[in-house]
Design a protein around this ligand. Sequence first.
Ligand code: HEC
Length: 112
Amino acid sequence: MRMGNSYICFIQIIDNMKKIIAVASFTAVLMASCTQKATTAATPAAAVSTAEQIAQGKTIFENSCGRCHKLPDPASHTSVQWVGIMNSMAPKAKLTDEQHQWVYDYIVSAKK
Ligand code: HEC
């Protein structure tokens, strides 16, 4: 009788451990997926131009921005001033939104 009781008790411990392991591994999976999400969210959205796009910006700048006036010097204005200038000049040069961005990124990179 005593043996039988402790056997049942042992089974119950195993059963409880199974539950604990199940909860623990579920939590681990949950944490892993949350960590992955956080890592993805921390990656900045692709707003920064590549070197290739900046090179294209330079070409567009040299071809389009010297037509009506002397080619401006990137260092002659701050990057904040260039935002406003590009907003008024990009339509004059008939740039697309992408070209506008590339030329701006080129100008800012050329300032440094
Ligand atoms: C269709 C003609 C035309 C094109 C193309 C053009 N501009 Fe201009 N730009 C002007 C005129 C006109 C002015 C002077 C009046 C004004 O500010 O609107 C000017 C002024 C400027 C100034 C002086 C602004 C200031 O506040 O001192 C800068 C810098 C400039 N342009 C940059 C550019 C850049 C960069 C491009 C190429 C994306 C460009 N422009 C293309 C006509 C043009």
